[in-house]
Design a protein around this ligand. Sequence first.
Ligand SMILES: C[S@@+](CC[C@H](N)C(=O)[O-])C[C@H]1O[C@@H](n2cnc3c(N)ncnc32)[C@H](O)[C@@H]1O
Length: 319
Amino acid sequence: MSEPTIHFYDLHPPLTDLKAEVLTGLSGQPKTIPPKFFYDEYGSQLFAQITELPEYYLTRTEIAILQEHGEEMVSLLGNECLLVELGSGSSQKIRLLLDALQPAVYMPIDISKKHLWQSVQMLAIDYPDLEIHAVCTDYSGQFHLPYHPDNKPKAAFFPGSSIGNFDPPHAQELLQQVAQLLGSDSTLLIGVDLKKDPQRLNAAYNDATGVTAAFNLNLLTRINRELNANFELSRFEHQAFYNEKPGRMEMHLVSNTPHEVKVGGQTFEFVTGENIHTENSYKYTVAQFQNLANAAGLQPEQVWIDPAELFSVHCLRVR
Ligand SMILES: C[S@@+](CC[C@H](N)C(=O)[O-])C[C@H]1O[C@@H](n2cnc3c(N)ncnc32)[C@H](O)[C@@H]1O
């Protein structure tokens, strides 16, 4: 048996980026903090717990679609490619494709460094012949692929409806960037959560055991630790709701008392009921997402949805 090969490219954004983005976000009206900062080591562990929650239909529904249609997806992606995965997290879903797909190189990309490293170690044990080039970077800005095997086609996998964290113009920009990195005629397989009954959505982001609340609040713990801030978690409450007009779930941290917080040498005032907007999760109809993909230069080729019409997986081809 050959030795597993893991190459690790640490292009993690510096602490100064976290500081600059948090200070800018807290200075705005309303206050905001980007959701990519949820994913420190503990945040990634909490997200893994969220995927197991009974209310959180997204993960198990996408997995069921991948299980049901994996063979067809694999035939569209093509063997012997450089297979890039955006926001690979625990690299669980890719396993459903790797059993049938033999990429020349697997390139998971994630902002959560330790979690990425641990996930690829586990993957390498189970897929010892897989050549892995893992990249810790932030895909929300300009990024590049640090390794290109010669003469291999490229394909990408972007599961988990993470594209929903971007508002539609930024989602279009990200898809355009991915299309450019892949090159014409390449394939992108992307999971997108569908519009549905708001009750179902609200339950998914307000689980009974409070794991999503802990995930949301952990953002403040991370900022306290990494930016020497003094957020008191007991002064904030988790709030998540569906906002019908833009068609998105929103997560907020709502202040329950008037108080001040010091972050990176600056002071921020909170009044009772004031919130920090921490995440958007846009939901799309199939047609809406196909329009977005088209505008980004990606041709919709195939779409699979589950029988209850909760979630979609799109196959798009770069024009
Ligand atoms: C919603 S989770 C999805 C995880 C996994 N793909 C799944 O489908 O279960 C989002 C993943 O993307 C990563 N992530 C979030 N924002 C990112 C960014 N701007 N750049 C790179 N990775 C990011 C997180 O660390 C996390 O692993």
